[in-house]
Design a protein around this ligand. Structure first.
Ligand code: SF4
Length: 364
């Protein structure tokens, strides 16, 4: 009987010897590399960079409006104003939710995102942040994706910089990384309608980082993207972070199909297989290498059991409690957890749970 020997590709050998990977290397990992070797290499780098800790944040999600002038094919969350279940939270409702987050659930971070609601002026957001900070000066406000910031700048006729400066002065501490989706224009234009381009997203982040507003970055995968789109997206984020060092972590987000136009129009009939999901986590770790230490595994999108495996394929952070998450819930995902459960999930795979703040400082 002849023996089959599984050999790593040259790209894997390259990154394991300490070299940064280029576009073609990334493509080789996406297409040709044995998944188990890929995972083992990513796990090795994770161990070298982060050790045995798996971090998570106690976060509360506050979706201030679901009214959106865009109509992204990937989205199950948005509503038009005339829809019976459309809503926009009042300042009083927002403060009430912040009270629940801080007093009842012990959240250290408010993750505030919503639809593109053209009726909300800059004052709505300024007022929201000021009210929250008045009551809870220590809570971190991580709010408004770069795509929302770009939209607000257009609709209020202020420059992106002006919007960011005013919101920062009102209490904004950090930006969430949503709205990046996939940068490649051809693919992006098929899943996103009415949202900023990839270049506009990147430029908005560049300006935010220059003003001291850090945040995470994301990529939506598992829809109609090609391997080239994945590699291009990660390398663009890597290049930006080398300039600004403003990203706290990279969160590859698995696309959730239920209730989206991509499902209704039968563009896609199922979500990506778990082997593909694990490949994305591992390739992310290997492509970013030392340019960004934290690779996050979003358990809401992956499911808790697959999230545990992903933590062994290069992941080092479980994102957080995501209390009250509504966007993936609208696409059929379960979003219930507790700090105790996240700790248990981490301990169950032999790793060490650590609670972090928004900026990845360990706080317990
Ligand atoms: S993804 Fe965001 S911008 Fe697009 S429709 Fe949904 S809420 Fe609106």
């Amino acid at each position: 009987m002849s023996k089959t020997i599984i050999k790593p590709t040259s790209s894997l050998e390259k990154v394991l010897s300490g070299e940064e990977l280029d576009f073609n290397d990334g493509l080789e990992l996406m297409k040709d590399e044995n998944l188990f070797l890929l995972g083992a290499a990513a796990d090795k780098l994770r161990k070298e960079l982060i050790g045995n800790n798996v971090s998570f944040v106690s976060s509360y999600y506050l979706n201030y409006t679901n009214i959106c002038v865009a109509s992204c094919q990937l989205c199950a969350f948005y509503r038009k104003e005339k829809d019976l279940d459309s809503y926009t939270l009042s300042p009083e409702q927002i403060v009430k939710r912040a009270e629940i987050a801080v007093n009842d659930l012990g959240a250290t971070e408010l993750h505030i995102v919503g639809g593109f609601n053209a009726k909300l002026g800059l004052e709505y957001y300024e007022n929201m942040f000021k009210l929250i900070k008045l009551k809870f000066p220590k809570i971190v406000i991580k709010a408004l994706t770069p795509a929302e910031i770009f939209f607000i700048s257009k609709v209020t006729r202020n420059s992106v910089k002006e919007v960011l400066v005013r919101l920062k002065e009102s209490g904004l501490d950090a930006l969430p990384g949503g709205g990046a989706e996939i940068f490649n224009k051809q693919t992006r234009d098929k899943i996103v309608i009415g949202k900023c381009s990839g270049d506009e997203w990147l430029d908005t982040v560049f300006q935010a980082h220059n003003l001291g507003l850090k945040g995470n970055c994301t990529m939506l995968f598992g829809h109609i993207e090609k391997p080239e789109d994945i590699v291009d997206h990660i390398i663009k984020l890597r290049d930006l972070n080398k300039k600004t060092n403003g990203f706290t972590t990279f969160i590859p987000l698995k696309f959730s199909l239920e209730n989206t136009e991509l499902e209704k129009q039968h563009t896609l009939i199922s979500e990506s297989p778990s082997t593909y999901d694990l490949r994305i986590i591992a390739v992310s770790r290997l492509l970013f290498y030392t340019a960004l230490k934290n690779i996050s595994v979003y358990w809401v999108a992956l499911g808790k059991k697959l999230a545990q495996v992903a933590l062994c394929y290069g992941g080092s952070d479980l994102v957080g409690t995501a209390f009250s998450e509504e966007i993936f819930k609208a696409a059929g995902k379960s979003n219930q957890t507790s700090v105790q459960e996240l700790k248990f999930l981490i301990k169950e795979i032999g790793r060490n749970p650590v609670r972090r703040d928004t900026f990845f400082n360990i706080i317990g």
